[in-house]
Ligand binder design. Structure first.
Ligand code: I3S
Length: 126
């Protein structure tokens, strides 16, 4: 069932709602556009869905993610310098895409930071 398995491939480590905006794509700066997202962390990927409904619809079906972040080589750090919002974290990928995630609740934001950092640390070595 989907809370445990995503298309039979990846376990879901954490999911929930966060604010997010992409600020760089392939090294090119983008204008910030904060929006609420249903975020799903798996062992290999961090997925941003429009809402929980589109996640349930299945990642290869009508509910495919709006943003998919490859955690291999990715880095997550505090993002205070790139936003005036509180509890912002910046995720930078190998392909030079950068996503900001944020939650007004410090504890929520912190638990996402920990979970994403753990997923990065636990990536299977190649
Ligand atoms: O880093 P910036 O440019 O100060 O980010 C703010 C702007 O993108 C602003 O929109 P405009 O494109 O209309 O200037 C957004 O509404 C703000 O949310 C951005 O800053 P924060 O500090 O919220 O990330």
């Amino acid at each position: 069932n989907w809370p445990q398995l995503l298309d039979g491939q990846m376990s879901v480590l954490k999911e929930g709602t966060l604010n997010r905006t992409k600020i760089t794509e392939n090294g090119k700066r983008l204008r910030k556009n904060w929006s609420s997202s249903h975020v799903v962390l798996t062992e290999l990927l961090l997925l941003f869905f429009k809402d929980a409904k589109s996640f349930v619809a299945g990642i290869s079906g009508p509910g495919r993610p709006e943003i998919s972040v490859d955690l291999n080589g990715a880095v997550i750090e505090k993002g205070d310098k790139v936003s005036s919002r509180k509890n912002v974290y910046i995720i930078s990928t190998v392909l030079c895409t950068q996503i900001l995630i944020q939650d007004d609740c410090t504890q929520q934001a912190h638990s996402w930071h920990v979970a994403i950092q753990n997923a990065i640390n636990n990536l299977p070595s190649r």
